[in-house]
Structure formats: structure tokens, C-alpha cells
Design a protein. Structure first.
Lengths: 95, 95, 95, 95
């Protein structure tokens, strides 16, 4: 999953909320990778989605009246593939 | 929520899978609105996300080895607001 | 294209900006379809993307210091397909 | 920008197309950061969007009949901010 949570109605600086979200994901024991436009998360469906729900709940508790989140979510049943394997399959084909 | 499920590895025509997905959402009793690039869904978090999970499971069962889904997911605690109210708040301000 | 423009730092009510954006798309002569979580747009690449750029410029001029936009963008070369044909191909397969 | 290009109708393995896309971005002189669910891109609007268009054209030429792309696109006029500064503003607030 690629997760990008955007609190609305709390001004332009949203890093505080991203930090809170990142801590929830870590406490959930999920593999995460922070990048400049979201966080990649690897794990089982229920664990990952439960953590995303907790992110929304926590960000509302921290004062954000409204949240809009963009998620890209990939599943595959043909083979297991980790986040780092996805990156490697691209990197090794680059010149 | 705006949901766009893309099965990968089953050719260019994906409407069969979108239909299956739409039926799952309807059976779940969720308010839905199909549009040209996804489906809007209104409902409680757990019900909506359970239906999305079932969509992935069903599409895999129908033969898609891989799925990539894009979700926009909005929550707000300042006021209740339905999908149609969101549209109306824009439409009534148009010339 | 499915376009969802979110101005940040202007409070929770963003419909004013969505309206401005919608007018730009109409003035550009693009086929549009407003829904509860964005606007679908049909047209040639350059026209559509020029309108999206103008949306960002205009929303900044209206006072939004920061904007985050989510776009789904589809192209196909196997056959022409309008937005309404995409919806119809799903609807006619529904029970 | 966060860019995730998904060719449809070419099977489950899409890394070849991601590589082609990444090379186009590099040739365009854009700052990029590959991650497990897309590529972050930093640059001026016209340069970035021209490169995305070239990605679509090239992936079609490589044989993909259909492409669906998900883009997150951020602009701000209150202060300059690079991709790495976005990440740092979060990392330095973590425990």
C-alpha cells in the first residue's frame, strides 16, 4: 500500500500528523518506507487497514476536522513479492 | 470513498471485474455511484473497507493474478455530509 | 482523467475552489462530469493538462498557499472510448 | 509529483515499462526517487508533465494498448520545498 493522509482545516503544515500516522504504523509492526509523497506499507490486509483506520481516528483527535486520504493498494496471488523486491526488479533492469 | 480497482494480467477489458465489484458493494447495502473512472461509496468505515476487501478476493477468484487499486477516502467530524450534499455544495455555486 | 484538487491552508470548506476549477474546465471546452470525489474529464492530453495547470494557478491566486491534487489518467490506443461508453460497458452487464 | 504508471493488457510483469519511464524522467533532467509504488518527481510543472506525456507515448509504443496512471501532484507558493525537505520535516519530528 502507498498511503498519503492529508488533514484539512489545520493549515499548510501537516508534518505533525504524518509523524503521528507513521508511529501508528510502526507500533502495528508493519514494514514501512517513508517517501516524499506518502508512506509505503507492506503487510496483511487486515493489519494494514486497521492501522489506516487508527491513523484517521488519531488525526481527528489531534484536531483535524477533515481528512482526505489517497491510497494505492496492490495485491497479487501469483507470487509473493516484497516492497524491496518491487524496487529491485526495476533497478536491476536500469542501465 | 472513491474506489478504482484495476485487475492486471487479464487483458484490456476489465468491465467484468468492475461489475462483480459493484454487485458486492450493492449486496453490502452501501450507497454507491458509478462514474467513468471508479465508484463513489458512502458508508461507515468498517462496512466500506470490508466490501473493498471482498472485491479484491472476488476479482482474484475470477482469475486476476494481480490487482492495483486506487482509493480516495474522506472522513470528517465537523459535520455530517453525504455524497450528494458534496456535489450540491459545488453545483449551487456554479453560474 | 479523474481530477481531485485539494487546496490546503484555507479551512475545511473547499467548494469555492472546486467551482473555480470546474469553470476553467468548461471554458476550455472539455467534456466534464462532476461527482462526489472529483471531476471526470474527457479530451486530448494537452488540452486537459493545460486546464489542470490553470486550475492550480487559479486556486493559488484565490488564496490557497498549497494544493495537493490526485489524478487518475487513462489513455488507450486499441479503440476510442468515451467516458459514457466506459460507464455503459459496466451498466449493461449488471443484473 | 508521485507518479504510478500501470500498463494494461501486457500481463502481470510491468517492470520493463517502469524502467522505460524512469529513463525518460532521467533524460528530462528531473530529480526522481523510485519507491515501491511509484516514482517521486521534483521539477517545474511543464517539464514534469511533458515527461509524463512522453512516458505514456513510449509505453504505448512498447506495446501496451491501455495505460492507467495515478498521480499525486503538489504545488505550493508559500515557500520552496524540495522532496528531501518534505521527508526531513517528518523524520526530525520522529522519536
Amino acid at each position: 500500500m502507498d498511503l498519503c493522509v492529508v488533514p484539512i482545516g489545520v493549515g499548510v503544515s501537516v508534518s505533525k500528523y504524518v509523524v503521528a500516522c507513521h508511529e501508528i504504523l510502526k507500533e502495528a509492526g508493519l514494514e514501512t518506507e517513508l517517501h516524499a509523497y506518502g508512506t509505503n506499507i507492506e503487510g496483511e490486509w487486515d493489519e494494514v487497514l486497521a492501522a489506516v483506520k487508527k491513523c484517521h481516528e488519531t488525526i481527528h483527535q489531534l484536531g483535524a476536522p477533515r481528512i482526505t486520504t489517497t491510497i494505492k493498494l496492490g495485491t497479487r496471488i501469483d507470487k509473493p513479492q516484497t516492497m524491496s523486491e518491487k524496487v529491485e526488479s526495476v533497478v536491476k533492469q536500469m542501465k
